[in-house]
Design a protein around this ligand. Structure first.
Ligand code: 5RP
Length: 216
């Protein structure tokens, strides 16, 4: 059990309204949230999952997993991150769920990011930036990413829930996150870049090793 991740997840519980449908992210911090929901008295109307793994966990605790096509705009999405800067712009996709995460984040009025303090950075990019790519475009997209100034690495065995592959981009120092997000998204064959700059988090709940939390 990671005290900091659990603390962030439990603090996020205060923002969930009983009887609503929420979006739930993917990863170990999001799993702490699912555990907390399971242990609580909260009766969600349902949840939209950002991955098959999250859908399975939600089902296991008795939450009705819903199709985003039937829910309309969600009030709240809660998810972790691999890096977060002061503007609450994020790198996500370490767990490979970046596309569905970005869809649900954009389909939600509020996006709360939960993370331990190791995820806070001044400049995004130390964590390799994941890019989900249509398989037949892999080599072309890799060459285009090289031109943007990074070193893309094929993620072995990293087939996404959407049947695509992931290129992890090393060496980016992301000083203009919105511009880079648009530039990568514009490469034909790219499905999604794991840079959440155009739709950053609205709040960031940082969990600490002593069990305390800070909200930014
Ligand atoms: C999955 C993600 C996760 O939010 C991110 O990788 C953080 O994971 P964790 O909570 O396990 O540190 O983007 O695609």
């Amino acid at each position: 059990m990671n005290t900091a991740k659990v603390a962030a997840a439990k603090a996020a519980m205060n923002h969930i309204v009983d009887g609503t449908i929420i979006g739930v992210g993917t990863g170990s911090t999001a799993n702490c949230l699912i555990d907390a929901i399971g242990e609580s008295r909260l009766q969600l109307k349902g949840a939209v999952a950002s991955s098959e793994a999250t859908a399975q966990r939600l089902t296991a605790i008795g939450v009705d997993v819903m199709d985003l096509n039937s829910t309309g705009t969600l009030d709240l999405y809660i998810d972790g991150a691999d890096e977060a800067n002061r503007d609450l712009q994020l790198i996500k996709g370490g767990g490979g769920a970046l596309t569905r995460e970005k869809i649900v984040a954009n389909a939600s009025r509020e996006f709360i990011c939960i993370a331990d303090e190791s995820k806070q950075v001044d400049v995004l990019g130390s964590f390799p930036l994941p890019v989900e790519v249509i398989p037949m475009a892999r080599s072309f997209v890799a060459r285009e990413l090289l031109k943007l100034g990074c070193d893309p690495e094929y993620r072995e065995g990293g087939v996404t829930d959407n049947g695509n592959i992931i290129l992890d981009c090393h060496g980016f120092e992301i000083t203009s996150p919105e511009e880079l997000e648009q530039a990568v998204n514009n490469i034909p064959g790219v499905v999604t870049v794991g840079l959440f700059a155009l739709r950053p988090a609205d709040r960031l709940i940082i969990g600490k090793d002593d069990g305390s939390t800070e909200i930014l």
